[in-house]
Design a protein around this ligand. Structure first.
Ligand SMILES: O=C(O)C1=C[C@@H](OP(=O)(O)O)[C@@H](O)[C@H](O)C1
Ligand SMILES: C=C(OP(=O)(O)O)C(=O)O
Length: 442
């Protein structure tokens, strides 16, 4: 099992690119597989989560050629998928398993979806229940609450669903099911979650209607969509580690090129700015229906903030790294309404509180968030203490602790860092590029 040792004491400097957006890559693979004819997906995320979705579609009969730069997908059309020989392994990916559950519920064949230990602990009832209400036949452990899920494809019917959670995975799972259902499906959520599925439907010309937090879609559309090129923007959730790193390590100056700036994802930028961060947005443009820009960040002392429920959906995957920013900021940060963090790859409230406390941070856990008493900038030797830390198999915990460790007074070792491959292959090399020589992989 790999581990990562961080030796602090150097600023982050330079210009880098981060992997393609993981959410956009999942959706690009799905929609190009269902398109008629050839598509190219360029600058995609080569993290394990997306590679598992790619392999899933290969096992569903779709030819996909892979180079590090692009996927060439030979789309089979909306009705062209075929029954796989064995179970589909979604690995660590909540997005992969939930989106595919919706899509596969409306096919005319049988599939089993499973994944790693973490995926088999995460809640699946949130998609299984509404899918069953559309007529899906899905069995699973604990009555369908947990994977593996066995799906006997059936003819679905449209429905109206009010989701109790603002979740793009629930919304997108139901949107993919709705494509195959008779009649109208309406999905409402309490707050707007990331809208990559809707944007990519629009990009491919699949008709739907959105009004605030409600999406309506007529199933079994008569249109067929053709293959296209999808240019995947850089992942803001991956850039987040360097944006926070450059903010909190004195004398840093980092530019991250071509980062996705979808407003349903940019909560981190708003919160960091509120904390006093210096972030410039340069070269704003659009790629495949998604806004993109270059981001330049220079270090700046940060102060604590109040983060409430309305800010959670657009910041959801950035809380582990935000905890690091808050731990070294001046003053108190209070996070509320973030109970969804407890059902991610790990319980991110508990795991981040435990690991940052081991590094000297002052954090109180709450059921729906945490209170962090920032240590403030105490001088050149940093604020946190070096420690031996665990990742809990959670990529975002591993990378967040690594960034926090850059501000510590002593080296830190993070154990079990293979999980970083989930979303960010070569994270250590990118960090090394920015630090030149102060990080060492064992
Ligand atoms: O739809 C997506 O691509 C995602 C939605 C979010 O999950 P929820 O839908 O559970 O909030 C997010 O945490 C996940 O990393 C990716
Ligand atoms: C929660 C995440 O992903 P998923 O739900 O797809 O496993 C994440 O990447 O932080």
């Amino acid at each position: 099992m790999a581990s990562l040792t961080i030796t602090p004491g150097r600023p982050l400097k330079g210009t880098i690119r981060v992997p393609g957006d993981k959410s956009v890559t999942h959706r690009a693979i799905i929609l190009t597989a269902l398109a008629e004819g050839l598509s190219q997906v360029t600058d995609y995320c080569r993290g394990e989560d997306c590679l598992n979705t790619m392999r899933a579609f290969q096992s569903l009969g779709v030819r996909i050629e892979e180079t590090p730069e692009q996927l060439t997908v030979h789309g089979k059309g909306m009705w062209g998928l075929t029954e796989p020989f064995g179970p589909i392994d979604c690995g660590n990916s909540g997005t992969g398993i939930r989106l595919m559950a919706g899509l596969l519920a409306g096919q005319d064949f049988f599939t089993v979806l499973t994944g790693d230990e973490s995926i088999r602990r995460r809640p699946m009832g949130r998609v299984v229940k509404p899918l069953r209400a559309m007529g899906a036949t899905i069995a699973g452990r604990k009555g369908g609450e947990l994977a593996p899920l066995a799906i006997t494809g059936t003819r679905l019917k449209g429905m109206s669903y009010v989701s109790p959670v603002a979740s793009a995975q629930i919304k997108s799972s139901l949107l993919f099911a709705a494509l195959y259902a008779d009649g109208l499906t309406t999905i409402s959520e309490p707050r707007l979650s990331r809208d990559h599925t809707e944007r990519m439907f629009a990009y491919f010309g699949i008709p739907f209607h959105r009004d605030g937090c409600t999406v309506r879609i007529e199933g079994r559309p008569s249109i067929r969509w053709s293959g296209k090129t999808v240019v995947v923007p850089g992942d803001l959730s991956a850039a987040a580690f360097f944006l926070v790193g450059a903010s909190i390590v004195p004398d840093s100056d980092v530019t991250v090129l071509s980062v996705g700036m979808n407003p349903t994802r940019t909560g981190l930028l708003d919160i960091l700015r509120q904390m006093g961060a210096h972030i410039e947005v340069l070269n704003s443009r659009e790629e495949a229906g998604e806004p993109v820009a270059d981001l330049r960040v220079r270090s700046m002392p940060l102060r604590g903030v109040q983060i409430g429920p309305e800010q959670i959906p657009q910041t959801i995957d950035e809380f582990p790294i935000l905890c690091v920013a808050a731990a070294v900021a001046e003053g108190e940060t209070v996070i509320t309404g973030a109970e969804e963090l407890r059902v991610k790859e790990s319980d991110r409230i508990a795991t981040m509180a435990t690991e940052l406390r081991a590094m000297g941070a002052r954090i109180e856990e709450r059921p729906d968030g945490m209170v962090i008493q920032g240590l403030g900038r105490k001088g050149a030797n940093g604020t946190l203490t070096g420690a031996t830390c665990a990742s809990y198999g959670d990529h975002r915990v591993a990378m967040s602790v690594a960034i926090g460790a850059l501000t510590a007074a002593q080296p830190t070792q993070i154990q079990n860092t293979d999980c970083i491959e989930t979303s960010f292959p070569n994270f250590d090399r990118k960090l090394l590029e920015l630090l030149t020589d102060s990080v060492k992989r064992l």
